[in-house]
Design a protein around this ligand. Structure first.
Ligand code: NAD
Length: 461
């Protein structure tokens, strides 16, 4: 079969970008409004597609995809003028008769590659930043959620000039063909293995990248908690989207003195949320593909199942599951779970939990439940993670005033709100000087100039 060429698509974007249209703030605003209206107008199609791809409940689809995207756009519209600058900064006295400023300018043509777990949100949120910053963009939604990919691609086709924003449907072959082209920015969300490939391809062209990857986000629980609220927030974070969330609490590190009560409370919450038979609950999502169903099912082999463990391959159903007595060497602790399985490990002193986290790759998120402010501060100061919540799970993602992203193997780069705008901008540093007062000291020959310059700099920086 002939290799696919994405060159014409990218060339059309380059041509559009060179018209200079996207640099106009009014154009960007209009396109953001059009995008917001398109998402709202297509909301029921999107919700249906998400149901088809993974049985996502309508409420979760509305909250985590439709509203997440539209509220992000609204926030961007409100703030765009101030983000777009120019931003004046102080000029040191030795540069007298000058002004200094930062002029954010678009980078050009951006490529956004998305995963399947929030297949609309995770391409449209980066797109919001790309448009706000004045870029053209090529989107590549995940083929693992084919119905949503189809809806996103047709929504984009109906909404934008393809020279400005275009969405490419397809799988690995199409993504690789896109990566063979030269882009000005690549924004990738997905697993670590493909993240490495993306970065290798980007390195060939020296293209800057953001990698939004995954990992194992720990959830530490101390005894000084509100037990009912803690259990509810952990149960919600773990089983929302059937655990297929990059920032889901991956495993519990619980103080042994509260473990028994906490596990009972989580089981009660699970029943309150999904009833006695979660399989028949309209609020519990399915696993996205057979491959992922097999993978997550295999993670339940070790430890003692406290509740759950049932599977149905035909429906790709895995029950909300909690496994006690899990050891670090068990399979569930060797890879990101990305499914509705919660392993539990126990500690006696908080330091053990902190050390456990520190000995492992830096997670995308970290959760700690404790009322004690010193302990809260200790956990935050002694561990590193992309983001964190104290006494909750996952909610930091929803605040557009907070930067979102990973560290180490959970990725790098930040987005959401202002950080999306900055990501897709070239922060051009500009000094504007007058022709007056051209101090001769800086020009060769430097004889006798060094001492004088040092003395001057001491006083005028
Ligand atoms: P995926 O399989 O859908 O892949 C992501 C994208 O990579 C797709 O568009 C796909 O076409 C492309 N791709 C796959 N294989 C490729 C290859 N060999 N060459 C080029 N492109 C290829 O998604 P996934 O990787 O299974 O996503 C799940 C992972 O994403 C989890 O690890 C999760 O934690 C992570 N994730 C991170 C975030 C975040 O914001 N940090 C959000 C969601 C998911």
């Amino acid at each position: 079969m002939d290799p696919i060429s994405m060159a014409p698509i990218v060339q059309a974007q380059r041509d559009f970008f060179s018209t200079g249209k996207t640099r106009e703030l009014a154009f960007r605003r209009r396109q953001l409004e059009v995008l917001r209206d398109a998402v709202r107008g297509n909301a029921s199609r999107i919700v249906r597609a998400l149901k088809e791809d993974m049985g996502k409940p309508a409420f979760e689809a509305h909250v985590a995809e439709v509203s997440q995207v539209t509220s992000g756009i609204e926030y961007t519209l409100k703030s765009l003028k101030s983000w777009a600058g120019p931003h004046r900064v102080h000029t040191p006295a030795y540069l007298f008769l000058a002004s200094s400023r930062i002029d954010p300018e678009p980078v050009g043509v951006a490529l956004v590659i998305g995963p399947w777990n929030y297949p609309m949100d995770l391409v449209i949120e980066p797109l919001t930043g790309a448009i706000a910053a004045g870029n053209c963009a090529v989107l590549k939604p995940s083929e693992v959620a084919p119905a949503t990919s189809e809806v996103v691609c047709s929504m984009v086709r109906e909404t934008f000039d393809p020279g400005f924003v275009v969405a490419v449907e397809g799988g690995v072959k199409e993504t690789q063909a896109l990566l063979a082209e030269k882009f000005d920015y690549i924004f990738y969300t997905g697993g670590t293995v493909v993240g490495r490939l993306v970065m290798q391809k980007a390195a060939e062209q020296l293209t800057p990248v953001t990698l939004e990857l995954g990992g194992k986000s720990p959830c530490i629980v101390e005894p000084d908690i509100d037990l009912a609220v803690t259990a509810r927030r952990i149960t919600w974070g773990k089983y929302f989207n059937a655990g297929q969330t990059c920032i889901a609490p991956d495993y519990l590190l619980v103080n042994s003195s509260v473990k028994g009560e906490l596990l009972e409370a989580i089981e009660r919450c699970k029943t309150d949320f999904y009833g006695d038979d979660p399989k028949s609950s309209p609020d519990f999502t399915r696993i996205v593909s057979d491959k992922h169903f097999e993978r997550v099912s295999a993670l339940m082999a070790d430890g003692d199942i406290v509740f759950g463990g049932q599977t149905d391959a035909a429906e790709r159903y895995i029950a909300p599951t909690l496994i006690d007595n899990v050891l670090p060497e068990h399979k569930a602790m060797q890879e990101e779970i990305f499914g509705p399985v919660l392993p539990v490990l126990t500690y006696t002193y908080l330091q053990e939990a902190i050390d456990f986290v520190r000995e492992r790759p830096k997670p995308l998120s970290l959760y700690a439940f404790t009322r004690d402010r010193d302990k809260q501060a200790r956990v935050l100061a002694e561990t590193t993670s992309g983001g964190a919540c104290i006494n909750d799970t996952m909610v930091h993602y929803s605040n557009p005033r907070l930067p979102f992203g990973g560290i180490g193997t959970s990725g790098f780069g930040r987005y959401h709100g202002r950080w999306s705008f900055d990501t897709f901008s070239n922060m051009k540093a500009v000094v504007n000087r007058s022709f007056h007062f051209d101090i001769y000291l800086r020009y060769p020959p430097y004889k006798n100039a060094q001492k004088l310059a040092q003395r001057l700099l001491r006083y005028v920086t």
